[in-house]
Design a protein around this ligand. Structure first.
Ligand code: NAP
Length: 326
C-alpha cells in the first residue's frame, strides 16, 4: 500500500547488515528515513534518496533527540553483535534504554520497533545473549516507568542474505564442498532472509500501533532446519554435495580462545568467541512465530532455496535452475 504523505521513520544501525536492507525497503515504500550513523561510518556512508543522516552514537542524547524528533516510528537495529564480553551491555542494554527514554520524552504516540534476538531466550549462553535479554527488560521497564506507548520487540532467528558476514562464509564453504559441523548433529534452527525481515518491520511500522509484545520471527519453515537440510539446499545450487567435517567442541573452543587473544593483541572485534561457540552448539534455535502471526497479517515470502540463491549468487537474476548433484 503506498504511503499517503511523507512520513519519516527513524532507524538506528543503518550501516549494518539488517539496517541497510531496512532503509532500502522503507525508502522504496515512500517513507522519509532518518538514520543514525556513527562518525567513523559517516565518512563512507552513502545515503540514498529520501534518507537524512544524523551523525552520532547510541551514547549521545542530543543525537538521539535529533534522530527521533517528529518521526512516526523508530526502528532500533543498532547493536553490538561481536566482540569481547565487555562491550555488549554498554551498547545493547544502556544504548537501548537511552533510546527508549528519548522516544518517551518526545512523544507518547511514537512506536518503537526494536530488534532483539532469539539468543535472548537463552541468556546464560553468552554475554551477547545476556545483553539482548537485558535490553528487552530495559524496554519493558522504561515503558512502565514513563507510561509511554509500548514497543514491539522482534526476536529474529539467524538472518542471512547478501551482505551478511556471519552465515555467508559457512554457506560458501558448503558451496565449495565442505560442511563444517559445529553443533550437535540433530541441532535445529530457524532462518530468515534479510529482505523478509525488512518487510516484516516495514509491515509493523505501517500498521502503526505497537503490540507491546515479544515476537519470534522466521521464514515460515515450522520446526526449522538441520545443517544437513542447509547443506542439501546449497548442493542443489552449487552442484556439489558437501562433505561434513566435524569440529569437536574442545577444538572450536580452543580456536575461539586463540581468536580472542589474537584480536586483543592485533585489534578488531572477534566473531568466534567461546560464547559464540556455546550459542552454535545449542541444540534448539527453532522459532515459534505464533504470536506474530496472530498480531499481524505479514507473511514471509522467501524460502530457503531462493534465499540461498540470492545470497550465494546475487548477480543471477534468473529463476532458480536445479543443477545435477554429484
Ligand atoms: N544478523 C543476524 O542474524 C541477527 C539475528 C537476530 C538479531 N539480530 C539483531 O539485529 C540487529 C542488527 O544486526 P546486524 O546483523 O545488522 O549487525 P551489524 O551488521 O553488526 O550492524 C550493527 C549496526 O549497529 C551499529 N552500532 C553498533 N554500536 C553502535 C553504537 N554504540 N551506536 C550507534 N550504532 C551502533 C553499527 O554501526 P557501525 O557500522 O558504525 O559499526 C551497525 O550499523 C542487532 O541488534 C542484532 O542483535 C541480528
Amino acid at each position: 500500500m503506498p504511503v499517503k504523505q511523507i512520513e519519516t521513520i527513524a532507524v538506528t544501525g543503518a550501516t549494518g547488515f539488517i539496517g541497510r536492507a531496512l532503509v532500502g525497503r522503507l525508502a522504496a515504500l515512500g517513507y522519509g528515513v532518518r538514520v543514525l550513523v556513527r562518525p567513523r561510518a559517516a565518512k563512507t556512508y552513502r545515503a540514498g534518496r529520501g534518507v537524512e543522516v544524523i551523525v552520532g552514537d547510541l551514547a549521545q542524547d542530543p543525537a538521539l533527540e535529533r534522530l527521533v524528533a517528529g518521526t512516526r516510528a523508530v526502528v532500533h537495529c543498532a547493536g553490538r553483535v561481536r566482540g569481547r564480553s565487555s562491550g555488549f551491555r554498554a551498547t545493547n542494554v544502556a544504548g537501548t534504554r537511552r533510546l527508549a527514554r528519548v522516544v518517551a520524552r518526545q512523544s507518547a504516540q511514537q512506536s518503537l520497533v526494536a530488534l532483539s534476538s532469539l539468543a535472548a531466550r537463552e541468556p546464560q549462553l553468552s554475554p551477547y545473549a545476556a545483553s539482548k535479554r537485558a535490553a528487552e527488560t530495559a524496554l519493558a521497564e522504561e515503558a512502565e516507568a514513563t507510561g509511554s506507548a509500548p514497543w514491539t520487540i522482534l526476536r529474529p532467528s539467524a538472518v542471512y542474505g547478501p551482505g551478511d558476514r556471519e552465515l555467508l562464509p559457512l554457506f560458501e564453504w558448503m558451496a565449495r564442498g565442505i560442511a563444517p559441523d559445529l553443533g550437535p548433529p540433530d541441532a535445529r534452527f530457524s532462518l530468515l532472509f534479510v529482505d523478509d525481515l525488512a518487510e516484516c518491520i516495514a509491515h509493523l511500522v505501517r500498521a502503526g500501533a505497537a503490540t507491546g509484545a515479544v515476537h519470534e520471527v522466521h521464514d515460515g519453515q515450522r520446526g526449522g532446519y538441520t545443517w544437513d537440510d542447509v547443506a542439501r539446499a546449497v548442493a542443489l545450487l552449487s552442484g556439489r554435495r558437501a562433505r561434513r567435517v566435524r569440529v569437536p567442541a574442545p577444538v572450536a573452543t580452543s580456536i575461539a580462545g586463540a581468536n580472542l587473544v589474537a584480536r586483543s593483541l592485533f585489534g578488531g572485534a572477534p566473531m568466534l568467541t567461546p560464547g559464540k561457540v556455546r550459542e552454535l552448539r545449542h541444540p534448539d534455535w527453532v522459532c515459534d512465530d505464533t504470536s506474530l502471526r496472530s498480531a499481524t497479517s505479514w507473511k514471509p515470502a522467501v524460502r530457503l532455496e531462493e534465499g540461498l540463491r540470492r545470497t550465494l549468487f546475487p548477480a543471477t537474476g534468473a529463476p532458480l535452475e536445479v543443477p545435477q548433484v554429484h
